[in-house]
Design a protein around this ligand. Structure first.
Ligand SMILES: *Cc1c(COP(=O)(O)O)cnc(C)c1O
Length: 429
């Protein structure tokens, strides 16, 4: 075999021969980085496996509960597995946490009381949290419950502004929220080590400050998690990294027993907490997704690096760049024109296993001040651990993409995006 067979197949799948050779060249240069990622994956796979073995995961844990969900040992054991993976005291891992935003809301609302102040030492949080906190006036926000908010922006070079952070922390500051991933903001993603330094700094000023990390898109990218470096709570979505593309819904909150318990009283009801919440047969998928997550994240990381290098080759600005270390799975590519953004998303969509025949078009999505285009041919609606891309249609025309359940699929998706730009004469080969 079979290089030829493979090349022929790529041609059959609509990829130009010149792109195929360029891809080979780029992939060849990435061997060392990919093998570094493979070692991280291997470590994280063992970490997850050991947690499952230590908790004696068994087929009884895959049974469905209904109604109140009392004595759901599958759910309770899964939470214990999560706690072990994150080296945390306890965990809340539930299909009733319907998204990352919801998990973050539950963690915040469960641990803050009227008169407390919430603090972000890393600038403005993820868009959806603006309403939750009340940065943007919204019904039901924390602000309506008398919880104030303060933030200190990052310095222009993307580092922590320690001077202003120490000035901002007062006796009212109850909880600091640290977003690990840049999300869709123009700033660096933090390494777990950097987060650890920030937490130590803040705890020196106020030892009882609750440090919560929004861990979305960061899980299993490194061999340590924020809970290994002092975070009291780590929160994320199961339709991103830790669900491994298999979890059909869910969120998690891991950390100190007291804080997880506080969150549980907000998720269900005061006095009920973790004791209730039927899993309706979803446990198997949540276990299986966690088991596969290190491998899936590995593919997503490889594809982000591969894309950065390919798009850099064509002179586009990419963030992170082709050489930088990775602390999350998001790749930004600045394409400089609306036509190129649309072509990119059309390519990603055309490469999908689901809805490959659909053409994505920009639309006025609620909550945005311009049109947005999204490419997502996913098995799970909105899942962004599956190969997906989205972009606001405004200068500098940056598309954010992430995910890929397998490296090979993501690779094909990226080639298809380039092919789409080529077909529209937006790049030259
Ligand atoms: C995705 C994300 C969220 C919100 O998660 P949803 O599941 O979309 O509600 C919050 N913070 C960050 C950094 C994210 O990437």
């Amino acid at each position: 075999m079979f290089t030829e067979d493979l090349d022929t197949f790529y041609i059959k799948m609509g990829i130009d021969t010149k792109l195929i050779s360029l891809s080979k060249e780029i992939e060849n240069n990435l061997k060392e980085r990919f093998s570094h990622i493979d070692r991280i994956t291997e470590y994280n796979q063992l970490k997850v496996l050991k947690a499952m073995q230590d908790n004696r995961v068994s087929d009884v844990h895959f049974a469905a509960t209904t109604g109140y969900g009392y004595n759901d040992i599958g759910r309770d054991t899964l939470e214990s597995v999560y706690a072990d993976v994150f080296h945390a005291e306890d965990a809340l891992v539930r299909p009733q946490l319907i998204s990352g935003t919801h998990a973050l809301t539950v963690a915040l609302a469960g641990n803050l009381r009227p008169g407390d102040e919430l603090f972000s030492p890393v600038g403005k949080p993820y868009d959806t949290l603006e309403g939750v906190i009340g940065i943007k006036e919204t019904k039901g926000s924390l602000s309506e419950y008398g919880i104030t908010y303060k933030q200190v922006d990052l310095k222009p070079d993307g580092t922590f502004d320690y001077d202003n952070i120490s000035k901002a922390i007062s006796s009212k500051t109850k909880l600091a929220t640290i977003q690990r991933s840049k999300g869709y903001a123009d700033r660096p993603t933090f390494s777990v080590k950097q987060i650890g330094e920030l937490i130590s700094f803040m705890k020196k000023i106020k030892p009882d400050l609750i440090c919560m990390v929004d861990n979305c898109y960061g899980e299993f990218v490194e061999i340590i998690e924020p809970s290994d470096v002092g975070a009291d709570l780590c929160v994320g979505s199961l339709i991103k990294n830790p669900g491994g593309g298999i979890a059909p819904i869910g969120g998690y909150i891991v950390g100190k027993t007291e804080y997880v318990e506080n969150a549980s009283y907000r998720l269900t009801a005061p006095g009920l907490g973790k004791e209730v919440g039927a899993t309706l047969g979803l446990n198997t998928s949540l276990y299986q997704g966690l088991f596969l997550a290190p491998q899936v994240v590995s593919g997503a990381l490889k594809s982000a690096i591969y894309a950065a290098n390919l798009y850099e080759h064509f002179g586009f600005k990419v963030r992170p760049n082709g050489l930088e270390d990775r602390y999350d799975i998001i790749q930004a590519v600045t394409l400089n024109s609306p036509e190129a953004v649309i072509a990119f998303c059309e390519g990603i969509q055309a490469a999908a296993p689901v809805d490959s025949f659909v053409t994505p078009v920009p639309w006025a999505m609620p909550g945005y001040n311009c049109e947005v285009i999204m490419a997502a041919g996913a098995f799970v609606q909105g899942s962004s651990i599956e190969l997906s891309a989205d972009a606001p249609i405004k200068p500098p025309y940056t598309v954010f993409f992430q995910g890929g359940l397998t490296w090979y699929h993501a690779k094909y998706g990226i080639l298809k995006s380039l092919q789409s730009l080529y077909d529209k004469k937006l790049i030259r080969l």
